[in-house]
Every structure is written in structure tokens, then in C-alpha cells.
Design a protein around this ligand. Sequence first.
Ligand SMILES: [Zn+2]
Length: 457
Amino acid sequence: MRRKDSYCTFMVKRLTVHKSAIQIEKNSTEGSRESGRLVGGCIHAALLIFLSLAACSNPNVRAGVQVVGDISNESGIQLNLPAACEHWRPILIHELNAVRAGYLKMRTWSESELAPSNLQMEVCIDEYSAGRLMRLRNLEGTPRVARTYPSHRLAIVPLPRRDLLLLNRQRPPLTWLQTFRHEAAHLLSLDDSNFRSSPVWFQEGVAESLAGERTDPWYSQDLWRDGLHEKDLGQPVTELWEGLSAEGLLQARQLVAESAIRVGGATPWQQAGDWTIQDFLNSAGLPAAKKRINLMTQLGREFDPPSEASSSFLATYPGQTCTAVVEPLWGGGSRQWGIRLGSSGSAEGGLLVSGEGPNQLRLRFGRTGGFGAQMETKGAVGFQPLGSPTPARAGKERQVKLVVQGNQLLVEMENLRESFSLDDKFRPPFRVEAWAHDSAMSVKGRSSFLEASLRLR
Ligand SMILES: [Zn+2]
């Protein structure tokens, strides 16, 4: 489906929700996906499987880039930034230039000049600011959903929240940068009449291709294969994305568009449009079967994987939740994390420890300094009060230490020492997940599993 005045939402990448639930072109904003379940069994066997599979993946370039010194904007897009993000300008201009260069390189459908002008990219500090701008310009849509407005030659990309923990970072979160690049690709293609006559799947696939590759362990490259069966291989390629999650849909369109472009010609989308799914797999050199096991799951937006310079980072849109596994298979010894919450929103976050059995342990921090540890049933929703507000702890990095000792899991949080019995309802191997609700949150911590997977990139 295609709207006349817009053709993109960020939410397709932001939340991995089922397509029928989100209706991408309808700009629905709510959605969630069941978290991936812990892959049980022997830790060492799973680690070996993961490492051997990771070793087969291609080394690629991270979408985030380092920019040093002055850089000139060659993209033809005017970048309007909130003052609080002005320090991101060199990075974002670098990204705009990269998207333009990538777009020019992939255009098999035209050799004509592309001299975009009068294009505007508005980065809004939060969805409220985006809403004000939309009302001012009489624009439709949902303010938290990034979107390009062709007739206004304008793209609006909101940040998840106005929070110093986010704004003080050296660069925006990786997932947000991808949205930024995706919308920039739509903007740059506005005057490319040949391209604009192509089907939506091709235009979205190209924009997603230009959004930048991810090779961090949290990104599953196989979502497009969900639900793909041998019996479907003779179906038209456009059936590939029927019933996929929103993120899988984007992946599928990207892969088919990239394969079509490799074939080339003036209308690559037409040749590819005649493909069966098997033709596409042959063209792309991809097997139909799933190859990888992804233990590092991540849900919700926005997320920045850790780098040498910075820790893992989560920043949600108002009222939403973002999660990322920080330790996928942990069975013994001790682990320690440093958690820091922002000060915007209701600001709550922490860790969730789940293993074999129906129970899970939730470790919570609040922005006013309260904290708590509670055992809960998986899938159940419950509310328990946080400890007393302690202003001295607010805004500080707070430590959590977990130790598996005998048949106990010991938890040290601030001045709390508590032990939880390991039994049929709660036992290793554990998966530890960072979660942030209506908040920005950074998570420092070492994981030998993660370090091994990063070395193999
Ligand atoms: Zn789009």
C-alpha cells in the first residue's frame, strides 16, 4: 500500500512487530514482539554453534562512522538540527554524503544528473517537537514516526526523547542513524522520476539498502526467511514478504532490490518483479534454510550496541520499552554491570534474569534513586513498589553484581544483598537482558560471550 504524500515510516525498523499489527503505511505506532526465548541446553555446545556460525558471516561496515574535522555537505539536503544535537552535525553530514554517494552508485535505471536542491531534513528533539512542526506545516502522520513528505520536500526524524544521557553521547544510537539514512534516501530520490515510477517494494528496498549494514550480534539477518517453506519457492517473489514481521519485510525488500540492481538495466524492478522466490534465491546466492542462531536479541527502539568508546545504550520513545540481551548464556561465576538512567520520563530500567523454569528475576532502578529485586512469573504483569527515593543515587551509575554459588543466585545492588534459590522454577543457564521503560539507559558490563562474538566480526 502506498500513500500519496508519504512513503515511509521508521516504525518498520523501530519495532519488530507483525505486519498485520502495524500496517506500515498506515503509520500505526504501537506494537511489540514476544522476546526470543532462551535457547536452552548445554552452554558450551551452544557457544560453539554460535561461534562457528558467526565465523561464517561477512565482515561489514558499521553504519555509524567516525568523523574528524570539518566536513562539507555534498548531499543537497539541508540539515536542521536542535541546538542540543549540534555536536552530531559532522557525523550526520557524513551520513548524508554517504547516502548520496551510495544512491548514485546503485542507479542502473538512469544516467541522468541528479542535482537535488531545496530538500530539508528536520531532526526533532522529541516527538512533541515533531508534532508541533507537523501542525505548523499541516502535515499528517504520527509524530514519533519518521517520515518523508514528497510534496514538501521534507523529512522529519524525531529523536526518542529529550534526555541528556542521549544528547551527551558522541553520536546518535545506531538504530536511529539507520532511520535517518533511510529517510535521507527517500529525500534524495524525489527528483528521480524513473525511480519514483518503480513499485513501493523496490523504493523501500533501496532506501533500506542505503540505511547501512549492521553486523553487530543483536541484528538478526534472517528475519526475511521467517515462514519461508520449500513449497513456496515457486511463488512470485512478492509473496516473499507476505506475513513477515515489519523488520523482516524491510529485509526481504532490501535483498530483492539489491539482487535486482545486480542484474541491472533501465527497469531492474520489472525483471525482478517476474521472479519466483527461487529465482530470487538463485540470483542472490542465498539458501532458503536458516543458518544462524541469534542469541543476542534486541527489541524496541532506539539501541546502540557497545563499542570501544561507549557502553550499550537504550533510549525509548515516551511510554515504550526497549530491551537488549547483555549475556545470553550464563551458568556460573559472577557478572557485574553498571547501569545509568536518564532523567526524562518515568525512567525505570534494569536487568531481567531468566533461565530454565517459569520464574524470572527482575532487577529495577528508578530515576529518583529507588531500586529493588523481585522474582516474578514469566509473562505475568505485576507492579511492586521500588525502594525509597534516594536523590544521592539519581543520575549516577549504579552497580549490580550477580553470583551463582552452589544452588543460590546472589544479588548485590547498592546496599542490598539478597539470595535466590536455584530450583525447578528458576535455574541456569540464565539469559540476562537489559530493559529500559520510558527512559534512556546506559549499560556497562563485560561478557566473554559478547567479546568473542565481536572479535569474530
Ligand atoms: Zn521508507
